[in-house]
Design a binder for this molecule. Structure first.
Ligand code: GRG
Length: 293
C-alpha cells in the first residue's frame, strides 16, 4: 500500500468510527426515518470531504477531535444533497454508489424527509460545536454559507436553470456553477480547518480549496463521458442527455483534460505557500485529477 493510500485509510477509519458512534445513537420514531438517513450516510462513498478536513487539520497541527464534528456535518450535508439530487424532480437517477438511490429504496416522500433529516442533524452538530466558543461558531457559520442559498443550493439552482434555458454555455456561467454546486463543499473542509487552527495560511488555503473544488467538478464532467457504471456506481452519459453545462461541452474532451491538468498544477503551486507537511494534500490533488470513481 502506498503512503498516500495508508494515510487515506487512517483518516477514513477515524471518520468512520466517529460516524458509527453518531449513527448508533440515531434512533427515530418512526424507525424508517433514521434508517433511510443511515442508508445514504453509511452507503460508502469516497469520503473526500472529511478526509480533506482531517488532512488539512493535520497539516496545521489541529487535533482531529476538533475537526471531526464538522467533518461529519459536512458529510451529512453532502449525503442530503445527493439524496435530493437523485430525486425524479432533479437529476432523476435510480442508482447511487452502485445501489438503488434513496427514493428507489424508500420511496420519494421518505427520501425527501431523509435529506431534510440529514441537513437538520448536520446543523445540530454545528450548534453543539458553536457553544464551545467563537472560532467554532465561525466555522459553523462558514459551513452554513457554503451549503446554503449563496453556496451549494444556488449552484444547484443555477445548474437547473441554465440547463433548461437551452442557450449556449458561457465560461462565466460554468464557473459560477462549479464554484457553488461542487466547489463550496470542498472549500468548506479546508477553510474550517484553517479557522479552527487560528486562521493559519488563510489566503493560501482558501485559494487551494477553491481550486480543488473546480478540479473535482472538472474530473466529474470528464468521468461522465469516459467513466463506466461499475466503477462510478451511477449512470454515465447523463450530462449530455440532460443538456448540462459542463467543461466537456465547452472545451471538448481533450480541452477539458488539458484544463484539468492546468488546474491541478495550480493546486500544487498554491500549496507551496503553506508550511507543514503538505505531501498528502499534493497526492490528494493527483488522486482527484486521476480518479476513476
Ligand atoms: C440538492 C441542494 C442540492 C444540491 C445538489 C451535490 C449536488 C448538488 C449535486 C450532485 C450532482 C453532481 C454530479 C455534483 C457534482 C460533483 C459531486 C458532488 C459528485 C459526488 O461527490 P463524490 O464523488 O461522491 O464525492 P461520493 O459518492 O464519493 O460521496
Amino acid at each position: 500500500m502506498s503512503s498516500f493510500d495508508l494515510r487515506y485509510e487512517n483518516y477514513l477509519s477515524a471518520f468512520e468510527a466517529y460516524l458509527s458512534a453518531y449513527a448508533d445513537k440515531l434512533v427515530t420514531r418512526p424507525a424508517i426515518l433514521g434508517e433511510s438517513m443511515k442508508y445514504s450516510l453509511q452507503n460508502g462513498g469516497k469520503r473526500v470531504r472529511p478526509v480533506l478536513a482531517l488532512a488539512v487539520a493535520e497539516t496545521l497541527e489541529l487535533p482531529k477531535e476538533e475537526i471531526l464534528p464538522f467533518a461529519l456535518a459536512l458529510e451529512m450535508i453532502h449525503a442530503y444533497s445527493l439524496v435530493h439530487d437523485d430525486l425524479p424532480a432533479m437529476d432523476n437517477d435510480d442508482f447511487r454508489r452502485g445501489k438503488p438511490s434513496n427514493h428507489k429504496a424508500f420511496g420519494e416522500a421518505n427520501a425527501i424527509l431523509a435529506g431534510d433529516g440529514l441537513l437538520n442533524e448536520a446543523y445540530a452538530l454545528c450548534f453543539n460545536e458553536s457553544m464551545k466558543g467563537e472560532k467554532y461558531a465561525l466555522a459553523a457559520k462558514f459551513l452554513n454559507e457554503c451549503a446554503g442559498v449563496y453556496g451549494m443550493i444556488a449552484g444547484q439552482s443555477a445548474d437547473m436553470q441554465f440547463s433548461q434555458s437551452g442557450k449556449e454555455v458561457t465560461e462565466e456561467e460554468l464557473a459560477y456553477i462549479y464554484e457553488h454546486k461542487t466547489g463550496k463543499l470542498l472549500l468548506a473542509p479546508v477553510v474550517i480547518a484553517g479557522i479552527l487552527s487560528g486562521n493559519k495560511y488563510y489566503l493560501s488555503l482558501e485559494r487551494f480549496g477553491k481550486l480543488l473544488g473546480k478540479l473535482f467538478q472538472m474530473t466529474d464532467d470528464i468521468l461522465d463521458v469516459t467513466g463506466n457504471f461499475d466503477e462510478l456506481g451511477k449512470s454515465v452519459g447523463k450530462d449530455e442527455e440532460e443538456n448540462k453545462l459542463t467543461c466537456v461541452r465547452l472545451y471538448g474532451l481533450e480541452g477539458a483534460k488539458i484544463r484539468a491538468d492546468m488546474c491541478a498544477a495550480d493546486c500544487h503551486a498554491v500549496l507551496e505557500g503553506v508550511e507543514g507537511d503538505t505531501s498528502f494534500l499534493h497526492d490528494l490533488v493527483d488522486f482527484v485529477r486521476t480518479r476513476s470513481k
